[in-house]
Design a protein around this ligand. Structure first.
Ligand code: XBP
Ligand code: MG
Length: 252
């Protein structure tokens, strides 16, 4: 790879563990609010994460349980209303400070910013959710760290489609060879890889049993001093703290 110019981050599962105690709770609150007897427990939600995008996930689950009702013309309006309410709940949960960045994320973002690297986000989640998370974890300046935020429905197809990564790369005017992606899930890894990006995978709560053969690094986190990450990097067992020097070495 020629010189490293930008880092592109997924959000859910990568910047923070948002799914189990953030998105899942918000979905359940929206279901209850509209008087539905739908409820996603922790393992059920884990299985449903195979479907990216909240609206798509709800519709898929409904189609599995009651294809006739999910096929009615008014189904789309209910999904849209549920998703509006779910987003409101998620933004409130995050605003209350319920979710923290994963270890090493703030450190690496600050180091990259200080070194003049360009930063971006490529996520399937709704833009309001990204802003709420960045604001609550990094303060008001958190959003400004990122030159481009590609999120939600700005592209017609969500991950594992590469569209959101391609959208971000086009807006930054960058070739994938000058960037690295950060992902936590098989769907995200497929999206980044299909966009031509080399990817550092940090698995988490719902993704530690997924496989990421061929990833630039496949780790259990970014690591911090005294609490190193573990996994495979550049094809060999690796343990340490992922900093800019490490990324440049892997990318070289
Ligand atoms: C994350 C998602 C998102 C969230 C819900 O995937 O699939 O849909 O679960 O967000 P990734 P919305 O980390 O690969 O981007 O309800 O706003 O869609
Ligand atoms: Mg993710």
């Amino acid at each position: 790879m020629s010189d490293l110019q930008a880092l592109i981050f997924d959000v859910d599962g990568t910047l923070a563990e948002t799914e189990r105690d953030g998105h899942r709770l918000a979905f359940n609150q929206a279901f209850a609010e509209l008087g539905l007897d739908w409820h996603w427990d922790v393992p059920t939600y884990g299985r449903l994460l195979a479907i990216t995008g909240g609206k798509e996930r709800m519709l898929h689950d409904w189609q599995q349980r009651d294809p006739q009702a999910a096929g009615r013309p008014e189904a789309a309006a209910l999904i849209a209303e549920l998703h509006r309410r779910k987003t409101t709940h998620y933004v409130r949960i995050v605003g209350e400070g319920a979710l923290a960045l994963r270890p090493g994320v703030a450190r690496l973002l600050a180091e990259a910013r200080d070194a003049g690297l360009r930063l971006a986000i490529a996520t399937t989640t709704t833009p309001d959710n990204v802003e709420a998370l960045l604001r609550s974890t990094l303060g008001a300046a958190g959003v400004d760290l990122f030159e481009v935020i590609g999120a939600g429905d700005v592209v017609p197809r969500k991950k594992p489609d590469p569209g959101i990564y391609t959208w971000v790369l086009e807006r930054m005017g960058l070739q994938p060879a000058h960037c690295l992606a950060f992902e936590d899930s098989a769907n995200g890894y497929r999206a980044a890889t299909a966009a031509g990006l080399r990817t550092v995978v940090t698995t988490g709560t719902y993704t530690r049993d997924e496989t990421f053969d061929g990833a630039l690094a496949w780790l259990d986190g970014l690591g911090e001093a005294g609490d190193p990450a573990r996994g495979i990097a550049a094809g060999s067992p690796w343990s340490g703290v992922v900093d800019l020097a490490t990324l440049r070495r892997w990318a070289a």
